[in-house]
Design a protein around this ligand. Structure first.
Ligand code: SF4
Length: 447
């Protein structure tokens, strides 16, 4: 039975040293009870306490680290079935597959293309998290070379995928210091060899086998052998079977506390039809996958998957916001426009991207509305003549420009008179939507 925070607290050292990343032992106990932290995070916990607390305090889903150093990623340790119950904690790792059947130069080119995929969205830089090296050739020598090339060229954490435990061990040994994920296809057919390779090299292991029962049995045996960092995969499935598996395994882990399924799930979203691959990957991201492997290196396809991930892994209880204050686009001179919006990320980045498209270097003031949009903030008295005048004054933007004209969103045109009175600036009512800014800045703005 799950332990309460207070029951766990009794066993903790009560030193409040913060080494677990939490301010007090009591707060740490509460996180462990909520499944948001594992006992491993407290380096001062005695072996005796670990034994006493045992499995009862383990998170319902294991945290798995893949890669080494700053490049390392974490997946798993999710605590809820539905995002609105709390939030999803560790974003799905997006992996692109390379196979060792390619000749050396084609392999290198593909790895370079993967490394170059980088997107800025809502103030975050996103890219591919993992390179999945697939032993398509069946030749362990080629697999080793492909793993080395992917490691040297893509410079991303690796997943090494093979049905051959010997090939997996050889490739893993070649890049062992990078802490790759060993992905054993048909693991149930040679489980002892797979377990031995992962144990000897101290690496995380992905078990691929058919069906829920087959995977649960393989996971239970692997757990019994002392391996904790596991990932489970049903292998290649239809979209509907994949989604059914994801929902079933997540429910078993979180709602039923069924330990053999308490691991992140890796899914294959590979298809000759790139649209289908993107749609499958996006479904799997939305429905609990810890890793999705796709075969596309086309930027527009990857961006669709990463956008889905960014949205579903945003904390629903925290408005996505940018830092309030003065932001600039380009190198604004004394005649540059001064535009005002709120610090809700979607509002701000919509304005910023349209200003960028206009190629008119500008000042943008993000007024602190606690991350709410223009109309919501106006209705809640957070985007008022007073708050805009205050932002104009605090950012000292008047010292950077030679005029006193400020552009406000057309949706709050009603504020123009009072803002003029409060701030002493001439108020220009801009377009109602950010999409009107390009033509506004090019044809209407005059300092
Ligand atoms: Fe308490 Fe351990 Fe956290 Fe230190 S690391 S605050 S002793 S729980």
């Amino acid at each position: 039975m799950a332990l309460s925070g207070l029951e766990i607290y009794k066993y903790l050292p009560k030193e409040n040293c913060k080494e677990c990343g939490v301010a007090t032992c009591l707060a740490f106990a509460m996180k462990v009870a909520g499944g948001q932290a594992g006992l491993d995070a407290c380096p001062r916990l005695s072996d005796e306490a670990k034994t006493s607390l045992g499995e009862a305090s383990a998170p319902p889903q294991q945290l798995v680290r893949i890669g080494a150093g700053e490049k390392a990623i974490e997946i798993g340790q999710e605590t809820v079935l539905f995002r609105h119950e709390d939030k999803f904690h560790h974003p799905t790792a997006v992996a692109v597959c390379v196979n060792d059947g390619l000749d050396a130069s084609a392999l290198e080119e593909r790895c370079k293309a993967i490394a170059a995929l980088s997107f800025d969205r809502m103030g975050k830089t996103m890219g591919v998290d993992l390179v999945a090296v697939y032993n398509a050739s069946g030749d362990s020598g080629r697999f080793v070379e492909a793993a080395k090339t992917a490691n040297a060229t893509a410079k991303k954490p690796l997943a090494l995928i093979s049905p051959d435990p010997g090939g997996l061990r050889a490739a893993a040994e070649a890049v062992k210091n990078e802490r790759p994920l060993l992905w054993a296809m048909r693991a149930d057919q040679d489980l002892d060899a797979v377990i031995a390779a992962a144990k000897d090299l101290a690496l995380p292991l992905c078990l691929e086998a058919d069906g829920f029962e087959g995977l649960a049995a393989a996971a239970e045996k692997t757990r019994g052998a002392g391996l904790k960092e596991l990932v489970l995969s049903p292998g290649k499935t239809s979209t509907s079977a994949g989604l059914e598996f994801l929902a079933q395994s997540r429910r078993a882990a979180i709602a039923k506390k069924f330990r053999p399924m308490g691991f992140p799930i890796a899914m294959l979203a590979m298809d000759d039809d790139p649209l289908k691959a993107v749609v499958d990957a996006s479904w799997y991201v939305l429905k609990y996958a810890g890793i999705v492997v796709t075969n596309s290196v086309q930027p527009e396809q990857l961006l669709a998957i990463l956008t889905t991930r960014q949205d579903i892994y945003a904390d629903p209880q925290v408005p996505v916001q940018v830092t309030p204050g003065l932001h600039t686009v380009g190198d604004p001179g004394p005649n540059a426009p001064v535009l005002v919006t709120t610090n809700f990320a979607l509002s701000y980045y919509s304005v910023e991207s349209e200003v960028e498209s206009s190629r008119v270097a500008s000042n943008i003031i993000a007024v602190d509305t606690e991350g709410t949009s223009v109309l919501t903030a106006w209705a809640a008295d957070k985007f008022t003549a007073e708050s805009i005048a205050k932002a104009l004054s605090e950012t000292a933007v008047a010292e950077k420009v030679s005029h006193k004209k400020v552009v406000i969103p057309g949706l709050v045109a009603v504020l123009s008179g009072s803002l003029q009175d409060d701030s002493g600036w001439d108020v220009i009512v801009g377009p109602r939507e950010a999409s009107g800014l390009v033509s506004f800045l090019k044809s209407q703005w005059k300092a």
